[in-house]
Design a protein around this ligand. Structure first.
Ligand SMILES: [Zn+2]
Length: 637
């Protein structure tokens, strides 16, 4: 043996496997079992105590059946289906203790993946008993207040690595603050004061079925028997917040009927719109699910007609996602568990087309007037027309934004582009609709795509996935065309040649006038400032604070940057009105605008040679063309 070893050692020195002198990487961390589509024996029990609204702490007890002794990995969900991104944090999970009966089992956090916990399970242990807390960030969006609770189950549960989560059964229980009522798409097994036991479901469904609860709650049935129930569940900061105008509720009733008709399917057993009306909890957004949806508006929503118009798309968008997004999913976006990367190459379908339908539905349901709908499309069109970033970053590249841009500062948004697959997707699908009409002498439209692509055979809850080719094939059946070439050109474009084709084919052009539309005024109120991005190249917040600067626009070139505070216009103390008047005056006098501002600890004055007056986007009819856009937006009789 010794004689044999010696030559080997010499060989190792003479012929090293490395090409250079220096360290080599340490062995990789132990592998985490990939999810497999195999049965999982037994069922997780999950007990969440969310009654501590003072400290805002969720206390969790969970049992996980052991499938076999030895190495086991528990995962804490990292990826969220609503953000398409690894937006969950590992830090808020604390106090984790794992036991087998009376015996405490030591866990080891994975050295490179803080969402994974390794355990050696002794022989004969039937289940693990876990105890931990979820501690939401005090300065982040609130999940518990003294009057309301939002519970995303994926933040309060661990699951074993190695299985598709649709194969892992779970039975959940929830304890809430006293006096709270709740709503969720989960089915209830038993409920008494402050405590609910839900019927067993899969981990996949549980993660897709948040619970909203609160002291001030109101439920409205949006459908009537024999229709599949759609319910609006409202939770407010106070009673008054829940008092939606009856006319608005009627429009939601119309939505509950019209959207399933559009998609010719109803894959939910019942559907719950979970709406928070709050200035305390998070506001101004939504999260999609298959059998429910989260809609977060302000406590004043019921009384604020402007917010109702602004949020019209949000309500429709999140409901539509039940079809486009949750039941039908892009093949590379769907993952078998919540710890594998999601890929967003088709987010221009998932988000872009959903927002296109949201525009259409908002108008058809009367959530917006025709003028408001056209003006809202003008805002999207102007936003995407003024996107210099397209020169370096395509719409297709933008579909990867979800991986690295959420919750990160994107200060030069028109240059960096973030999630442009929403508004640019609207422009794209608008054109597909118009092109379908053109190609078929107005016999076919995107409604045919909705009915066949999201509808056919889709009355079951089973998720199905699609690829780019599937989209092209479905369109080809409606109207033969080189759809692959069509999309490829637009997804990879570095100019805006085709951007407004849909408006043009629809009979409209984007123009700018010196008076804002009614919708634009609402948009500015929502921004909390004045939007001069298509004129001077600035968005200005309260008290002259510069919120954004158009990339290489007039203000940029004059030397104004982010973080500046405007203090004077032409030597007079700054007001928004004074600046607007100065822009109008400069257009007439052709004299530069003098702007004084504080930045980087000093006062500065620049003069801006901008003479094109105020420019607000709106749509204008192209004379002599068919008004297809109006036809798209007009409700079917
Ligand atoms: Zn969406």
């Amino acid at each position: 043996m010794k004689k044999l070893l010696a030559p080997l050692l010499v060989l190792a020195c003479v012929a090293p496997s490395q090409a250079s002198v220096g360290p080599q990487p340490a062995p990789a961390a132990p592998a985490i079992a990939a999810p497999r589509d195999v049965p999982f024996k037994g069922r997780i029990t999950l007990k969440v105590d969310a009654s501590d609204s003072v400290h805002k702490i969720f206390r969790v007890r969970e049992t996980i059946p052991v499938q076999k002794a030895g190495a086991m990995v528990l995962l804490y969900p990292q990826w969220e289906t609503g953000s398409h991104s690894a937006t969950q944090e590992a830090a808020p999970l604390a106090g984790l203790v794992i036991k087998a009966g009376a015996r405490r089992l030591e866990w080891r956090r994975d050295a490179v993946n803080p969402f994974a916990f390794h355990i050696d399970v002794p022989a004969g242990v039937p289940q693990l008993e876990l105890e931990f807390q979820y501690l939401p960030a005090a300065n982040g969006p609130k999940l518990i207040s003294r009057d309301m609770l939002m519970l995303p189950w994926s933040k309060v549960a661990l699951y074993p690595a190695g299985w598709f989560i649709r194969n892992i059964g779970v039975q959940a229980e929830l304890t809430m603050p006293e006096g709270f009522q709740f709503a969720t798409s989960l089915e209830t097994a038993a409920a008494d004061a402050g405590h609910v036991q839900f019927k067993a479901t899969s981990f996949e469904d549980l993660a897709d079925a948040p619970v909203y609860a609160g002291r001030y709650a109101r439920r409205v049935e949006l459908t009537s028997v024999p229709a599949i129930p759609v319910r609006l569940n409202m939770f407010g900061d106070n009673e008054a917040a829940l008092d939606l105008p009856p006319a608005l509720v009627e429009k939601f009733r119309a939505m509950a009927k019209a959207v399933p008709q559009l998609f010719r399917s109803q894959h939910y057993r019942h559907f719950d719109l979970l709406m928070s009306l709050s200035d305390v909890m998070l506001s101004g957004g939504g999260v999609e699910h298959q059998e429910s949806t989260e809609i977060n508006v302000s406590a004043n929503y019921a009384r604020d007609a402007g917010e109702q118009v602004l949020m019209a798309n949000l309500v429709a968008h999140e409901f539509i996602h039940s079809w486009n997004g949750r039941t039908r999913q892009p093949a590379d976006l769907w993952t078998p568990n919540l710890n594998l990367p999601m890929r967003g190459s088709l987010l221009w379908v998932y988000e872009g087309q959903t927002e296109f339908w949201a525009h259409v539905m908002s108008r058809q349901l009367g959530l917006r007037s025709m003028a408001q709908s056209l003006d809202a499309l003008a805002v999207d069109a102007a936003l995407m027309t003024n996107r210099p970033g397209r020169a370096w970053k395509s719409l297709q590249d933008s579909t990867i934004d979800a991986l690295y841009m959420p919750a990160k500062p994107v200060n030069w948004r028109d240059w960096q582009r973030r999630e442009d697959y929403y508004p640019e997707g609207v422009m794209l699908w608008l054109d597909v609709d118009m092109l379908l009409r053109e190609l078929t002498s107005d016999r076919k439209s995107m409604s045919d795509f909705a009915a066949t692509f999201f509808g056919a055979g889709q009355d079951s809850r089973t998720i199905s996935t699609y690829t780019f080719d599937d989209v092209c094939k479905a369109l080809n059946k409606i109207a033969p065309y080189d759809w692959s070439g069509y999309f490829t050109t637009r997804l990879n474009a570095h100019d805006d040649t085709h951007l407004l084709d849909g408006l043009k084919r629809g009979g409209y052009q984007l123009v700018y006038t010196d008076q804002p539309t009614e919708y634009f005024v609402l948009h500015e109120a929502d921004l909390g400032g004045i939007d001069l991005s298509t004129s001077l190249g600035l968005v200005i917040g309260k008290k002259g604070a510069v919120k954004s600067v158009a990339w290489e626009g007039p203000a940029f070139k004059a030397g104004i940057s982010l973080g500046a505070r405007l203090t004077a216009v032409g030597g007079k103390p700054y007001t928004d009105e004074l600046l607007k008047q100065a822009i109008r005056d400069a257009a007439a006098s052709k004299q530069p605008i003098a702007l004084t501002f504080d930045a980087d600890g000093g006062a500065h004055t620049v003069s801006i040679a901008y003479f094109d007056s105020l420019r607000y986007p709106r749509l204008e009819r192209i004379p002599g063309t068919p008004d297809r856009l109006q036809r798209l937006l007009t409700p079917a009789l």
